[in-house]
Design a protein around this ligand. Structure first.
Ligand code: PLP
Length: 459
């Protein structure tokens, strides 16, 4: 018999948070007050908040219980050892450096190994990763495979690194490349996974040129699930086993525990190199804290340790990936242009395809994100020319794609919330020809402009 089609969430609700219902008029006022930037809208004015899946998930009963075990000793807390055990169970690196979130790990690492004249390749740099690389004067280069830049190209591992391009870069400039990064899953490229085969090939090239390989591993469990379900020969392996193979292919990692740590805050930097670890710990002490707590309270360390055990559970991952695809399947069936196949944590609407009347430099992704908010109180996130259009040399140009990301917080919304999202997106898509572009109010913010820029409509 066919399996049942209805997703059942593998949890029951234990504590509820109210959602304030708003009217269209209230939302029009809220978005104008916010300068048409969804990051400036108050969360209580949002009904379904798909701005990010970062730190917005629901914690489990067992995570809240673990928080009660939090030990706030300054040095050598048992909560630190619980965290260290849980991290190294999956990622057995010699050095684990706790940070308050992923970008703190990036800031520390790139402060040590970046700098003018250096170049860091990645499949696709996430926004904070690119910003932290560029803040040191180094250059951030994206080398995802060609399919990864085409929203409609079908490929099981669209996050894969272009190994030939990487080889070309290293042949020309290996001495300037302190590290090669691979982001799993590839968030800015649509949450697309990277295969083990690709990681092995990238590692072989790195070895040939003597350059270390690091993973930006924020969504490692989702990536491992895609490997298990899509990569030949992987179906019978456990998720922790696949994660440990990913770890064995890398020399280190950065991590945001706000994603696949199932926690509301936290992160880490890990590596095998003793000298690099010593230099990173020195910076950690300056900016984050003592090496057995980093930027975290003991209770946060406990919540992450328990989250790491839950995130590799197959019932959870099956539900997670299937419920994201449920949103994508419905919108695709309704003819809304999307990045396909669907990533693990989000559905990405292709605003450039939906709104051909709005040129990239008039921010079609921003226009679509605003329309979803006004129409139905849904908050998504532009990932396009607003986020990536300003270059370090001061010029502005279209980003590779103009997307709106609908990121799904973990274990937070039910299927009926998602059914509502489907209705709202369909209604906006039916009226797409009415939408107009925007201009950014000058002067724009000097970096990561998407967080604080203000916009006005173009008449
Ligand atoms: C979220 C994220 C980061 C940064 O982590 P924060 O905890 O938000 O600082 C880095 N890389 C990727 C791929 C991410 O998704």
């Amino acid at each position: 018999m066919e399996p049942f089609r209805t997703i059942i969430e593998p949890f029951r609700i234990h504590a509820v948070e109210p959602i304030r219902m708003t009217t269209r008029d209230e939302r029009v006022e809220a978005i104008e007050l916010a300068g048409r930037n969804l990051f400036a809208v108050h969360a209580t004015d949002v009904m379904v908040d798909l701005l990010t899946d970062s730190g917005t998930g629901a914690m489990s009963r067992d995570q809240w219980a673990a928080i009660q075990h939090g030990d706030e000793s300054y040095a050598g807390s048992p909560s630190w050892f619980a965290f260290l055990d849980a991290v190294t169970e999956l990622w057995p690196f010699c050095h684990v450096i706790p940070t308050h979130q992923g970008r703190a790990a990036e800031k520390i690492l790139f402060s040590v190994i970046g700098g003018p004249g250096k170049v860091i390749p990645n499949n696709t740099h996430f926004d904070t990763t690119r910003a932290n690389v560029e803040a040191t004067g180094a250059e951030a280069v994206d080398l995802v495979i060609a399919e990864g830049r085409d929203p409609s190209a079908i490929h099981p591992f669209k996050g894969n690194m272009d190994v030939v391009a990487l080889e070309g870069l290293l042949a020309a400039r290996a001495a300037d490349v302190p590290v090669v990064f691979v982001t799993i899953t590839n968030n800015s490229g649509g949450g697309q996974p990277v295969s083990l085969e690709n990681l092995r090939a990238v590692r072989a090239v790195c070895d040939r040129f003597g350059v270390p390989l690091f993973l930006d591993a924020c969504r490692f469990a989702e990536n491992a699930w895609f490997i298990k379900t899509r990569e030949p020969g992987q179906a019978d392996r456990s998720i922790p086993d696949i994660v440990r193979e990913m770890a064995s292919l890398a020399h280190g990692m950065t991590m945001s525990a706000k994603k696949d740590g199932l926690a509301n805050i936290g992160g880490w930097l890990a590596m095998n190199d003793d000298h690099l670890a010593a230099a990173c710990r020195n910076l950690l002490i300056l900016t984050e804290g003592f090496p057995t707590y980093g930027g975290l309270a003991g209770r946060d360390l406990e919540a992450i340790a328990q989250g790491l055990r839950e995130v590799v559970a197959e019932d959870y991952l099956q539900y997670r990936i299937r419920s994201t695809a449920y949103l994508g399947d419905a919108l695709h069936a309704a003819g809304v242009p999307l990045v396909r196949p669907f990533g693990g944590h989000a559905i990405y609407l292709d605003a450039r395809a939906l709104l051909p009347q709005i040129p990239p430099l008039q921010y079609p992704g921003q226009a679509l994100a605003i329309a979803l908010y006004v129409e139905g109180g849904i908050r998504g996130c532009e990932i396009g020319t607003v986020m990536f259009g300003r270059h370090p040399d001061g010029s502005e140009g279209p980003a590779a794609m103009d997307l709106v990301r609908l990121a799904i917080p973990r274990r937070t919304y039910t299927q009926s919330h998602i059914d509502y999202v489907i209705e709202v997106v369909q209604r906006v898509a039916e009226r797409a020809t009415d939408l107009r572009g925007l201009r950014m109010v000058q002067p724009e913010p000097p970096s990561l402009r998407h967080f604080t820029a203000r916009f006005e409509p173009i008449a």
